[in-house]
Write a protein that binds this ligand. Structure first.
Ligand code: ADP
Ligand code: G6P
Length: 739
């Protein structure tokens, strides 16, 4: 792929603006982890960052001059392009939908989530603004990287615009279990929005697996561990925990300000053990839980009361949201209660700082702290735990909540359940009584230094570009009006069509018997059969094909290739297949699966047996299907039967029956005379047909997969409805030529 520019999209860019004393706009850096992570990348390729400038500007002509000035300031200060948002939209979008609903829900606290339709509308509008802004700067070959839950709709909005750009999305917060996620009133739109990306990044395997479950339960999309196939594109899923830049932190820790602060703190806490907590004042951070554990420590270990001090820094955050105001009150009260109970005239056990602290001073606190206590009830990753490791010159003990994404990366941390204050207090007491483990600390140092934020960004972008090349540029959309495709169709005098039935000519029905062809579809097929040689190549039994389509002049392949009937011909006699294995080995097993999987059913055909699970619980059905597949593989060893995995169906069929064999046979019959073969189908069985056609060496073949890009065919379409409208266009082209 061409090395185009990188477009980063996040609500908070690394520079924002404010008015200076003279009323002029001034740019102010607000570097976060993301800006640091992308610094290396931005030095190597051209780079644009789209984000909210941090201020509201009057709409229309009144704000024109301001907007121009802000644009200039931000461009000069680091390639930032502002996305202006008016105040009421911003509040509904940010404080409302993003932080009042998505934030608690995604942190598995659905009882705190408040849904408001107006805020959802604001969220959609703002996401559209961001997508518009990207579309304005994007050129073919660029790479767009969208960040976080506030902009979950942007990937799909971009895809719909047909930009020829790789689209990446990284979720910096957790993804909740499907049970919690399903409570979201707009659950479909949000998942579809994210799935618009070519690559989705998450901090941990747990979040990926929750995301996959939600896609299955909410959208009915089955997935592979790393890929979700949708009708029109595929999205890759990646576990890629973010890091920090330890070198930068070390440098800060060695600054003069940090050294001064370090001396001050050491002197102040002389002879005492120090526990540090550093968090945004957010209810996901488990600050009350941490304070309760500290209180328990002081209650159960009187000897420690004057020997230990805890410094808790909690920077104010999202102060406009009611939940955060409540939390502030709760923490203030707890701090008062603990100090009220345990402070003496010479010692205050809990130092609480409800302010933003400069980073250099934070590093001094990290260095002084014997123990870092990090106890979120949920946290996407948690960078404070990594910063503690990087800032230290000597080993220290990290006590870390198992509910932080970082817990799956930092094997040397002492993991705790923050909801159990008694146990956290015990571990704290143990950590204070014993020196930190050097080995455990070194393990954490290794992770922090090898998984830096720069490495994280490079890995994400490299994977995104590979994914884009592999998935987007491989299979083409079956666009009949594309001149190349159209010319080939127009030029064909004797076409041969091989068309699958279920999912291709008709959409899938919940129960197979219900998928009767519409009069519309029958008319079209009749015309197709008049204009060329056409076979319906199906897994259905012969009687069903005859009953539904027998009067249209079509040929048929039944039961995946068991038998072939030519147009206008009869079904030839064929020797019946020996069903002993099917009836004695396979049938009891499938029967057992029907009983144990509510909603599933068994279908008997002349030479096969099929277990359908479309109506079963999707996750349970897919899980059972894997189990059944493995059992069948085992029991059919050495037998002339094999397992076929279809769309929500597991079928055991005789080895003589494959659509591949049928396609080869039909090419032998017609290949010499036909000048174009068009084959279409929607599942694995049809891929065998595509393979056979590719191998045949016929000079003009078009193979089209319906409903997925995951194909060895050349083309794809989104649905059977789209395929049928392609077929209608083809018929129009051929009919016009004959007229
Ligand atoms: P979150 O992204 O939810 O805020 P993280 O732990 O991943 O949580 O990142 C927080 C970042 O903010 C860290 O870089 C940390 O140093 C910084 N930070 C947290 N609390 C404070 C504070 N009170 N003062 C200054 N910086 C803080
Ligand atoms: C988390 C989110 C970020 C967000 C940050 C601070 O780290 O993942 O997207 O920017 O918290 O929240 P704030 O609301 O202050 O931007």
């Amino acid at each position: 792929m061409p090395n185009g520019k990188l477009i980063v999209v996040s609500v908070r860019p690394p520079v924002s603006v404010h008015r200076d004393g003279d009323g002029r706009w001034e740019a102010k850096p607000s570097p976060g982890g993301l800006a640091t992570a992308l610094r290396g990348v931005s030095e190597r390729r051209s780079f644009t960052w789209l984000g909210w400038p941090g201020v509201y500007v009057a709409e229309g002509n009144d704000g024109l001059a301001d907007r121009d000035e802000i644009r200039e300031r931000l461009a000069d200060a680091g390639g930032v392009v502002p996305v202006f948002i008016d105040q009421s939209d911003f509040e509904g979008f940010y404080e409302g939908f993003s932080n009042g609903l998505l934030w608690p829900l995604f942190h598995s606290l659905p009882e705190r989530a408040v849904y408001d339709r107006e805020q959802w509308k604001a969220y959609q509008r703002v996401n559209r603004l961001f997508a518009d802004a990207v579309a304005e700067v994007a050129e073919p070959g660029d790479v767009v990287w969208v960040h976080d839950y506030q902009l979950a709709l942007v990937p799909l909005l971009l895809r719909r615009r047909g930009l020829q750009c790789a689209i990446g999305f990284f979720l910096h917060i957790p993804f909740p279990s499907s049970d919690a996620y399903r409570t979201l009133p707009v659950r479909e739109a949000l998942l579809e929005g994210m799935l618009g990306a070519d690559l989705l990044g998450f901090h941990s395997y747990e979040y990926v697996s929750h995301f996959r479950s939600s896609c299955l339960r909410v959208l009915g999309l089955e997935s592979e561990p790393e890929t979700i196939y949708m009708p029109m594109h595929a999205a890759r899923l990646n576990v890629l925990p973010i890091g920090i830049e330890p070198g930068e932190l070390e440098a800060l820790a060695e600054s003069e300000a940090a050294a001064l602060e370090f001396d001050r703190l050491r002197e102040r806490f002389e002879g005492r053990k120090v526990i540090a907590g550093v968090d945004r004042l957010d209810y996901t951070k488990g600050i009350p839980q941490k304070l309760l554990a500290f209180e328990e420590l002081l209650a159960t270990h009187p000897e420690l009361r004057e020997q230990v001090v805890m410094v808790q820094v909690a920077s104010p955050s999202r102060t406009g949201v009611a939940e955060y105001q409540d939390l502030k009150r709760e923490v203030d009260e707890l701090v008062g209660r603990i100090n009220g109970k345990y402070a003496t005239t010479s010692h205050v056990p809990l130092v609480y700082i409800n302010q933003h602290v400069e980073r250099d001073r934070l590093t001094a606190l990290y260095r002084v702290a014997d123990v870092a206590l990090v106890t979120p009830v949920r946290d996407g990753m948690n960078l404070v735990s990594l910063e503690y490791i990087a800032a230290r010159t000597e080993p220290g003990t990290l006590i870390l909540s198992e509910f932080a994404g970082a817990a799956s990366c930092l094997a040397g941390a002492r993991l705790v359940n923050p909801h159990n204050p008694h146990r956290v207090a015990e571990i704290l007491a143990d950590a204070l009584a014993n020196p930190p483990s050097k080995i455990a600390f070194e393990q954490m140092v290794d992770f922090v230094y090898s998984n830096t934020s720069g490495v994280w960004a490079q890995r994400f972008l490299a994977r995104l570009e590979n994914t884009y090349e592999e998935l987007e540029l491989g299979v083409r959309h079956f666009d009949i009006d594309n001149p190349q495709i159209r010319d080939a169709i127009e030029g064909a005098q004797k076409p041969l069509l091989l068309l699958d039935y279920d999912g291709t000519i008709t959409p899938h029905a919940q129960v197979p018997e219900e998928a009767v062809p519409s009069e519309h579809a029958r008319d079209l097929l009749r015309k197709v059969a008049e204009l060329g040689v056409a076979y319906v190549v199906s897994g259905r039994p012969a009687v069903v094909l005859d009953e539904w389509l027998g009067d249209l002049g079509l040929g048929f392949v039944c039961e995946h290739g068991l038998n072939i009937k030519d147009p206008g011909g009869e079904w030839p006699e064929r020797e019946p297949i020996d069903r002993t294995v099917l009836d004695e080995v396979v049938r009891p097993l499938l029967h057992d699966f029907v009983e144990r999987t509510p909603g599933s059913k068994l279908e008997r055909k002349a030479a096969s047996l099929a277990w359908h699970y479309r109506a079963a619980d999707p996750k349970f059905g897919a899980w059972r299907a894997k189990e059944l597949h493995a059992l069948l593989d085992e029991r059919l060893t050495g037998q002339p039967f094999s397992v076929l995995v279809g769309s929500k169906v597991i079928e055991v069929r005789h080895n003589d029956m494959t659509k591949g064999r049928a396609a080869s046979e039909l090419l032998e019959r017609h290949g010499g005379t036909c000048d174009l073969v068009i084959a279409a189908g929607n599942d694995h069985t049809d891929e065998e047909m595509f393979d056979a056609l590719a191998r045949s060496g016929h000079h003009s073949v078009m193979t089209c997969r319906v409903g997925s890009r995951n194909t060895r065919g050349q083309f794809h379409v989104e649905s059977s409805a789209e395929f049928m409208s392609c077929l209608r266009r083809i018929v129009e082209i051929w009919s016009a030529r004959g007229a």
